[in-house]
Design a binder for this molecule. Structure first.
Ligand code: SAH
Ligand code: SF4
Ligand code: F3S
Length: 439
């Protein structure tokens, strides 16, 4: 064997892509690649892409354009596109950017080793199938290298909900859950390698129903079993759909100490008319009642959400109902977007809201959400939280970690190390983080 080849992966989009990038790097590790953090000395560049909004998809083409001089200088450099743009656009990518050697969809990346061999032989490789076989079963066992204190773990993929604006059911395919025994084994392995916090991932993670001992396991069952693993200190999960929050999962938030008091529960809009047009299959009222039940089980839980403004047909009055829902819920964290028409989705065919109007609504919604986020964060001052430290801070002697509520917390103290889980009293609240002292 010669010198190791270098692989540069750039990841866009959601946490599921972050997890997939790790697995793709591991798969190519078997082909003799080691990771590099710059495209400049890479033998292969892989963009793991996101198709959720127009801007995200266009970024891929502008990024590819930037690699042109590298490819001209080093014709042996291989360039690949993975992820949701690969799935949605397939061959079109090679047509628009002929220097692309490899296109692989999110359900076929276990075939990367063969594809890599093909491109080394000078061929182009394209695979955007939804294969019958489970990619996880065909990926090599994960390497035993030690890891940082936090990890993502994909337990469910795909979506059957077909919200009228969303590409995910098309790019990720139908909802599939991984068998519970595989998830448990992967979690134990991560913990042995130093992980103390696991975030369970799925496009609709709370619809999880993995084959397990005694029948299918729900997400609640999975969480309760994971909580028994010694050394695993924290469990989180994302992203959930309101209609899949069952009673047991709500109860788990009050009962399972290792399950962190943070829930990302997107609602998208506050007008029932718009929710119906979005095919969300819930109302604003049912969402608010659901939040009340979750808060009854776990009063201090921090609620996070996603919003879309300017969905086709949204009037000022509909938008006011979104603001009113936000006032009622009191979010601790939020993501909000202008509606972006996506090819192939039902809503893309409808009459669009004026762009300037969308901008204005986004600005007003974000002002409210930012104020709420700030209030929730400021209210932490004086309280004690537990922080899992992840990395050094900007100031010398400082470490940064996350509280139970996923707030970033800075602490300056002697001897603090990555992976420490310590009690901290919050003393200050800055725009995007908290500061505190060890108790
Ligand atoms: N599966 C998750 C997340 C889907 S994508 C869920 O169901 O909540 C993440 C967020 O992107 C969505 O919650 C939505 O707010 C936003 N989004 C999806 N499609 C969009 C589009 N076409 N335009 C603007 N925002 C979109
Ligand atoms: Fe997209 Fe809706 Fe599925 Fe979420 S639930 S991934 S928004 S279709
Ligand atoms: Fe984007 Fe695909 Fe995730 S479209 S948000 S990378 S599932």
């Amino acid at each position: 064997m010669g010198e190791a080849k270098k692989l540069f992966i750039k990841t866009y989009g959601c946490q599921m892509n972050v997890y997939d990038s790790e697995r793709m790097a591991e798969a190519l590790g078997g082909q003799g690649y080691v990771a590099t953090d710059t495209p400049d000395d890479a033998d292969m560049i892989l963009l793991n892409t996101c198709h959720i909004r127009e801007k995200a998809a266009e970024k891929v083409y502008s990024e590819l354009g930037r690699f042109k001089p590298l490819k001209a200088e080093r014709p042996d450099l291989k360039i690949g596109v993975a992820g949701c743009v690969a799935q949605a656009e397939g061959e079109e990518i090679m047509r628009r950017q002929p220097m692309v050697d490899l296109v692989v969809g999110p359900q076929s990346y276990h075939r990367l080793p063969q594809m890599e061999t093909a491109v080394q032989g000078g061929a182009k490789a394209l695979d955007t199938e939804f294969p019958e076989e489970d990619k996880f079963e065909h990926l090599k066992a994960r390497p035993k290298a030690s890891r940082g204190p936090t990890a993502f773990l994909t337990v469910q993929e795909g979506c059957d909900k077909f919200c009228a604006f969303c590409v995910v059911p098309y790019t990720r395919g139908a909802e599939v859950s991984r068998p519970a025994s595989r998830v448990m084994a992967e979690a134990r392995d991560l913990v042995e390698r130093g992980v103390r916090e696991i975030t369970l991932l799925g496009q609709n993670v709370n619809a999880y129903h993995g084959e397990g001992e005694g029948g299918d396991w729900s997400l609640a069952r999975l969480i309760r079993e994971l909580a028994e693993i010694d050394g695993l200190e924290r469990i989180r999960f994302t992203t959930s759909h309101p209609n899949d929050m069952d009673d047991d999962l709500i109860a788990a938030h009050g009962e399972v100490e290792k399950l962190m008091p943070y829930l990302h529960l997107p609602v998208q809009a506050g007008s029932d008319r718009i929710l119906k047009a979005m095919n969300r299959k819930h109302t604003a009222e049912s969402y608010i009642r659901l939040i009340e039940r979750i808060r009854a089980a776990r009063p201090d839980i921090l609620i996070s959400g996603d919003f879309i403004v300017g969905f086709p047909g949204e009037t000022e009055e509909d938008f006011q109902q979104t603001l009113s829902l936000v006032e009622q819920v009191r979010y601790g964290q939020c993501f909000s977007f202008k509606y972006s028409p996506r090819p192939g989705t039902p809503a893309a065919e409808r009459a669009h809201v004026d762009e300037a109007e969308k901008d204005d609504r986004l600005r007003r919604l974000q002002a409210l959400l930012t104020r709420q986020q700030r209030e929730v964060q400021d209210a932490m001052v004086g309280r004690e939280v537990k922080v899992l430290f992840e990395k050094p801070g900007r100031m010398p002697g400082q470490m940064v970690g996350k509280s139970e509520y996923l707030h970033s917390v800075h602490v300056a103290a002697e001897g603090l190390a990555r992976g420490d889980l310590r009690q901290v009293r919050i003393t200050e609240s800055a725009p995007n983080s908290l500061g505190g002292v060890l108790v």
